[in-house]
Design a protein around this ligand. Structure first.
Ligand code: ZN
Ligand code: FE
Length: 253
């Protein structure tokens, strides 16, 4: 299975999933149709499925044009059936959905939006996390609350360590600057920041990250760690309070 990031709009990624064995092709979160069509044409591919992590325009903007062009089927979370244009497949939490020969586990991860999901390709250990988990960051809380978002991130934290994380935006450099500001003694983070700088200087994507890297370096996944709590003068505080503090700091960064 091949996964190709397609830069869209200013800092979005859509992802082409090309499963050569089953000849099934999908696209995750196409904010616009044109760059997807260009890629598919150039590589002589059709499109079977559109996978939406959530209903925001910068994740579904290309849905209808792609559906019309390729007769593709659109998969999204059931409660967002009125907000995802062209939806055909109504996914549920914990459901296992078939994509070609792959089993895709659906994780409901509300917080950024109420109907946000993660597509986890079990055998391939690939997770599309949309705007919930970014590399070195997490999404803004628009529809849910902080508690929901923390629970959602904790669900992702339970995936296998070598899971590849494909997120919705190239925010990694700015996220890294924020992490470094409040977690400046984190050696793993410093190392990751160096790699990120190098990639971005060459205009290369920082995706995929791995869950293992994120657990060590992403401040939003470290809100249960004592060293970070001490650093933020929040020793013995609940994880939820630490998470809220960090999210608020990021909102004003
Ligand atoms: Zn969004
Ligand atoms: Fe987005």
């Amino acid at each position: 299975m091949e996964i190709i990031p397609i830069p869209c709009l200013t800092d979005n990624y859509a992802y082409i999933i090309n499963d050569q064995t089953s000849k099934i092709v999908g696209v995750v979160d196409p904010s616009e149709a044109a760059p997807i069509i260009t890629f598919l044409k150039k590589n002589n591919l059709k499109l079977n499925y559109i996978l939406n992590t959530h209903h925001h325009y910068d994740h579904i903007g290309g849905n209808l044009e792609l559906k019309k062009t390729y007769n593709a089927k659109i998969a999204g979370f059931i409660t967002d059936k009125d907000r995802i244009p062209g939806i055909d497949i109504f996914l549920k939490d914990e459901e296992k959905w078939k994509f070609g020969n792959s089993s895709v586990k659906i994780l409901h991860i509300p917080g950024h939006t109420l109907g946000h999901i993660c597509f986890f390709f079990e055998k391939e250990k690939v997770a599309f996390t949309g705007d919930t988990l970014f590399s070195l960051g997490c999404g803004r809380i628009f529809e849910g609350d902080h508690n929901q978002m923390l629970i959602s991130l904790n669900k992702i934290k339970k995936l296998p360590l070598d899971t590849k994380i494909y997120c919705g935006h190239e925010y990694t450099f700015k996220n890294a600057e924020f992490c470094i500001k409040y977690d400046d003694e984190n050696i793993d983070l410093k190392k990751k920041f160096k790699e990120i700088k190098k990639l971005r200087l060459n205009n290369l994507p920082t995706v995929p990250s791995t869950l293992k890297d994120e657990l060590k370096s992403n401040i939003f996944l470290r809100c249960d760690q004592n060293d970070l709590k001490i650093k933020l003068s929040m020793k013995n505080e609940e994880d939820f309070k630490v998470f809220k503090k960090v999210r608020d700091l990021k909102d004003n960064f």
